[in-house]
Design a protein around this ligand. Structure first.
Ligand code: 13P
Ligand code: 13P
Ligand code: MG
Ligand code: MG
Ligand code: MG
Ligand code: MG
Length: 363
């Protein structure tokens, strides 16, 4: 019997501004999901202004009814957001009609189907004020860096390495890299986080799914600025996968990610507890939470709020120091994103407005 774990997320209205989700929206989402006949279990979480629907069921990935349930839940929450006049009500719902699959409509999805092991610890990472490429560095460390994951060295079940499915989000292509042998080739691409994203990781030996992320790119889909994608990522742990602590360890370094204010700045990714997942400084800095669950016949036993640990105090402090440092650059790169990434934000209108004032010196 196979279990499917689906995480579907959207921002359907911020409280206040882009910092949080109003409790009435979370209540509405819980009401929509709880006891639903299609679901084994569900948990509604939020990080910043994004609602994350965590659902277990037996209907497989890309199931129309599950996607419809998520879509209807976001629509119902949007109604509440409109009533409260929350900021950007329905922000991430780009399509206006559901037709079988939520992909391309705005919400982010990460889904995996697997045979539940004797013990099935999973971590769901959820971020706000950033984009899917933010997972590249931590996923690389978890599954390919022996200085992070000692299991790659000493656990015979991991020693052969992992396979990474990498997506080109601009050209809409995918490629599988096998590590460690393809390591250097893979880094050429996944280092370019604005374009290439790690979609899935598989255990090389068993071919079983190890991790999956949401790779939807809102601004590319919409062709205009609609904030950042604020991605999610599911990681299975232990017994052939990274230990829970190995999956968390990459987040002890606040690497720079794209997002933050107006989706247009680089800033440090700060790991926080659920209670601290309300970014306000310059609408950030970008946040990530990690909720741990033990699955039991599809039931979500948990969550454990994994970054709610003083061992992550130093990285939070370091993230604040990096934020202080980089904020002083104001509208200058590399704090502000480079022009090609601004293409999908505010740039096109300004360029259009000034086009007659640019004098071509080649003529
Ligand atoms: P315990 O002895 O606490 O179970 O730790 C086992 C382990 O593998 C930790 O990574
Ligand atoms: P969100 O994508 O989280 O809504 O952020 C948008 C924004 O403009 C923050 O300043
Ligand atoms: Mg928002
Ligand atoms: Mg958000
Ligand atoms: Mg967003
Ligand atoms: Mg133990």
């Amino acid at each position: 019997k196979k279990i499917t774990l689906s995480v579907i997320k959207a921002d359907v209205g911020g409280y206040v501004g882009h910092s949080n989700v109003h409790p009435e929206l979370l209540e509405k989402a819980r009401e929509m999901l709880s006891g639903h006949p299609l679901l084994i279990d569900s948990y509604v979480a939020h990080v910043g202004d994004d609602i994350n629907l965590i659902m277990t069921h037996e209907t497989g990935r890309n199931n129309g009814e599950i996607h419809k349930l998520a879509w209807d839940t976001f629509l119902a929450c949007t109604e509440v957001a409109k009533k409260l006049k929350l900021y950007g009500a329905g922000q991430d719902l780009l399509g206006d009609a559901f037709s079988g699959n939520i992909k391309g409509l705005g919400p982010g999805t990460a889904e995996m189907q697997f045979e539940e092991r004797k013990s099935e610890p999973v971590i769901i990472f959820m971020a706000d004020k950033t984009e899917p490429g933010a997972w590249n560095l931590p996923l690389y460390k978890m599954f390919a860096d022996p200085f992070n994951t000692i299991g790659l060295v000493i656990d015979p079940n991991m020693h052969n390495g992992f396979e990474f499915e990498v997506r080109d989000t601009i050209k809409n292509k995918k490629i599988i890299f096998s590590t460690p042998e393809d390591l250097y080739d893979m880094l050429v691409f996944i280092g370019a986080t604005g374009r290439f994203c790690i979609k899935r990781v598989f255990n090389k030996e068993t071919k079983d799914i190890a991790a999956v992320s949401s790779t939807q790119r809102l601004n590319l889909m919409a062709g205009r600025y609609v904030g950042k994608d604020d991605p999610v990522c599911i990681v299975r742990c232990q017994s052939g996968y990274p230990a829970v602590g190995e999956a968390l360890e990459p987040f002890t370094y606040p690497h720079l990610v794209a997002g933050w204010m107006r989706g247009s700045h680089n800033g440090p990714l700060m790991p926080v507890s659920m209670n601290e997942a309300r970014p306000t400084r310059f609408d950030g800095p970008p946040r990530v939470i990690a909720l741990g669950f033990q699955l039991s016949e599809g039931k979500l036993v948990g969550p454990q709020d994994l970054f709610d640990d003083p061992a992550f105090d130093n990285v939070r402090k370091q993230a604040n120091n990096v934020a202080d440092y980089i904020r002083r650059m104001g509208p200058f790169e590399p704090h502000r994103l480079p022009l090609d990434e601004m293409e999908y934000t505010s740039m096109p209108q300004v360029t259009e407005k000034l086009k007659d004032r640019f004098i071509d010196l080649n003529k």
